[in-house]
Design a protein around this ligand. Structure first.
Ligand code: 2P0
Length: 330
């Protein structure tokens, strides 16, 4: 077992804090088309399988960071958070890895475009923006592979939020995780649209972190997940190369629902859906049976993301008037 501290110290150069500097960065939210669900190492966030995502380009997290002598001071969306807040505790624990000495703290000001902890991938863009801002503050000049590894140790899905467009996180096989990082995919899908249906902004009752453990250790259908992901990933890569949005949508929906099926099969069962989630899926499936070319993906939360081609935009909006549409490729 390798510790997160040892892996991080292996990557970051030793630098002296420059108190006059400020670091800042933006990282996009990413939505997985092939999901990350389950870890082979919980300290390093090493996944059981590869995953593949799409960045939401302009939606994400903006973070500014400075040094301070003493306690960390963390603001989220303009509000200074108390030190017993769960978001602050988790962020501080991660920041400990980067302090040259324990008495030094950070002043962090971070803004999320999506609700925090509601299954809309805020931890992915959050940890990616934090790592990029630290790289700027400390002038490490690390490459994207090294940054992806650092972000992954903060939150697994953050390894994918350093790029826009399609991104592939390679699970790797090494115990120290030095081969578990993301790489961008060169293919573009200019006509792909992602529709966000925010059905709830509440923080989810069970974090992804605990939910994954419950599924992996819960005598569930989880053993079927790894071979299924391998098959879905290979089919998705073929569909991406062919720019086949119908296939991309269908494979992504199947992968997301398969992930939720493994959660439901855990003991105790894990269900992130609300009644509105099921109602939305039923509306979608009915519309699809009548010809709408649109598919859904869902993460560890009740909100639904739609995948469709630009030429379906009007029909999708007619079916889901509250949808917010993102053009991942501009
Ligand atoms: C994903 N999710 O691939 C999957 C799909 C949720 C469902 O990555 O424990 O917040 O910090 O590594 O990255 C959410 O998991 O979990 C996630 P940690 P993370 O987007």
């Amino acid at each position: 077992m390798f510790s997160a501290q040892a892996c991080i110290q292996h990557i970051i150069p030793k630098t002296r804090p420059d108190f006059s500097r400020e670091g800042s960065a933006f990282a996009p939210v990413n939505i997985a088309l092939i999901k990350y669900w389950g870890k082979r190492d919980t300290e390093l966030n090493l996944p059981v399988t590869d995953s593949l995502s799409i960045g939401l380009r302009t939606l994400g997290t903006r973070t500014r960071i400075r040094w301070t002598e003493g306690e960390d001071n963390i603001s989220l969306n303009g509000e200074l958070l108390p030190s017993d807040n769960a978001f602050v505790k988790r962020t501080r624990q991660y920041l400990h890895y980067f302090r040259p000495n324990p008495s030094l703290g950070f002043i962090i000001d971070t803004h999320n475009d999506v609700p925090t902890g509601a299954g809309l991938a805020s931890s992915a863009s959050g940890y990616a923006a934090l790592v990029l801002a630290l790289n700027d503050l400390c002038q490490w000049q690390l490459n994207k592979t090294q940054l992806s590894i650092l972000a992954r140790i903060g939150s697994g899905s953050a390894s994918r939020s350093l790029w826009n467009g399609l991104v592939h996180w390679h699970a790797g096989t090494q115990a120290d995780g030095m081969d578990s990082y993301a790489t961008p995919i060169t293919h573009q899908l200019p006509s792909l649209r992602v529709g966000l249906l925010t059905l709830s902004r509440k923080t989810k009752p069970i974090s992804s972190r605990l939910g994954m453990q419950q599924t992996v250790h819960g005598l569930s259908l989880y053993p079927a997940w790894k071979p299924m992901v391998e098959q879905h990933l290979s089919r998705l890569q073929t569909a991406i190369a062919a720019q086949d949005i119908a296939q991309i949508g269908a494979i992504s929906e199947h992968n997301a629902l398969s992930m939720h099926a493994t959660m439901l099969s855990a003991s105790p069962a894990l269900c992130y859906f609300l009644p509105e989630t099921i109602a939305t899926l039923q509306t979608l499936w009915q519309a699809r049976s009548e010809g709408l070319a649109c598919w859904a993906t869902l993460d560890a939360g009740p909100n639904v993301k739609l995948l469709f081609d630009a030429h379906e935009e009007a029909a999708v909006t007619a079916c889901f008037p509250k949808v917010s549409i993102v053009q991942p490729f501009g």
